[in-house]
Design a protein around this ligand. Sequence first.
Ligand code: B12
Length: 450
Amino acid sequence: MKIGLLAMSGVRAHDKQLMAFGLTLPGFVERSKVIASLPSLGLLYLAAVTPPGHDVRYFEAEADRSEPAEVYDCDLVAISTFSAQVFEAYAIADRLRARGIKVAIGGLHATALPDEALTHADYVVAGEGEHVWPHVIRAAESNSPSRIFRSTDFPPVDVAQLPVPRYDLLANRTYNRFTVQTTRGCPWRCDFCASTVMLSQKYRKRPVEHVVRDIRAILSLHPNAFIEFADDNTFVDKEWGKALCRALIPLGVKWFTETDITVAEDSELLDLMRRAGCRQILIGLESPGRSPLEGIELRGNRKAVWNSRYVDAIHTIQSHGITVNGCFILGLDGHDQTIFSEIYDFVMGVGLYDVQITVLTAFPGTPLYNRLLKANRIIEPGRWDLCTLFDVNHIPSPLTPDKLRAGLYWLAERVYSAEATQYRRKACNAQRAAHRRAFPRHLAAFASPP
Ligand code: B12
């Protein structure tokens, strides 16, 4: 069969006013340009587990979100869904099916709402795709009736057995970064986190040598590739993290990842991360004050507990030569009108190199969504296209949606302005310089064996 894998990359947001000025500010545009063109790792994994004998091609939706003409040559098209683009995905699926092409839909949104997805697809996969995908292909080949495949009905995916994603299918397409997964899941389970719908298994770490193998596969195709780890929380296990970094040092790659603030407590790990090529870590700080953090993790209360150490922790990380992209969520329960200036003062005071401000977003399938729906606090249930992290889709408390929006504009305009960005970055560089003076490189080398 001719199998098409259709990715729908890019960044989404609807709020016109925010688009007009907020999202055009330098600090934001920089990051969105970087991320806008990441390839779909999920689809590259499906390609890698496709049984031999099929012609597999990777496509990206066009800039106007339509499907490229070549997908109409396929017999089966796999589409990966995030909530924000799911209506675009469904529209493409409907057009393909109208032309007699079989469509399989999977990914986070389809995992949360498989019955909804089945109204637009022949086959829907809920959960991790690696073990299910060959069965979907067989179903399409034999023209089997439409159905939902649940990964929980198949043996669990063993991350120590994952193949190399088919990066070769990306051919000469230009990507700024390539994604590699080193871990799957996160043990802490924040109630708003949309990745939780995929977590039928525990937090899993891949064998370090497999991560190295995958990065080498990318480097053989793109020698200067920048790597983005598509993890939820890479350094939960510090000793495994050190082993990973030691194995990465000889590769000489530069990389970015998402992890939690606790890396700050292990200066050997931070040294190794820097030497292994870590340029930036993205950390969900969520709120500068403690009380809105209480209870947001369904397991543990680490963000609340660490809150009083945020400033020191950020300084420690940045002084090791790793910049921090600190993420804040506006509209958490308990955030009032003071939150906007509080975040502004915090990010400027601490000298965060990069900042990500989003609004609390209730993604389908999350404990947060269920809680807010029950309380009648979802503004337009079913408007999945508003799940962009920038559009307000819930009624905050005690703020109102309008006040939340106005505060977001106010803060975005200030935090992402050229002057503020320059000021924060200068402060971050000063932290690094001060650390270097206090702890020269040759002494640092003694302190952290390779
Ligand atoms: C890399 C990344 C991106 C990349 C995506 C590149 C791409 N083309 O896929 C970029 C930077 C473009 C991006 C953008 C956005 N992202 Co993003 N992103 C991630 C991140 C960090 C990793 C995703 C990843 O690679 N996972 C690893 C792969 C292996 O897993 P996977 O994709 O889930 O695939 C597996 C299964 O889902 C399944 N599967 C997937 N697709 C299919 C299809 C079929 C047919 C089958 C059978 C199986 C299958 O099999 C795969 C292997 O097991 C996640 C966090 C996370 N852990 O998921 C957030 C995340 C997915 N992003 C999120 C959001 C909100 C966004 C944006 C809306 C932000 C914005 N305002 O623009 C946009 C929208 C993207 C879009 N175009 O729709 C949310 C999505 C929540 C949701 N329910 O939709 C997440 C979960 C972050 C979060 N915790 O909130 N993102």
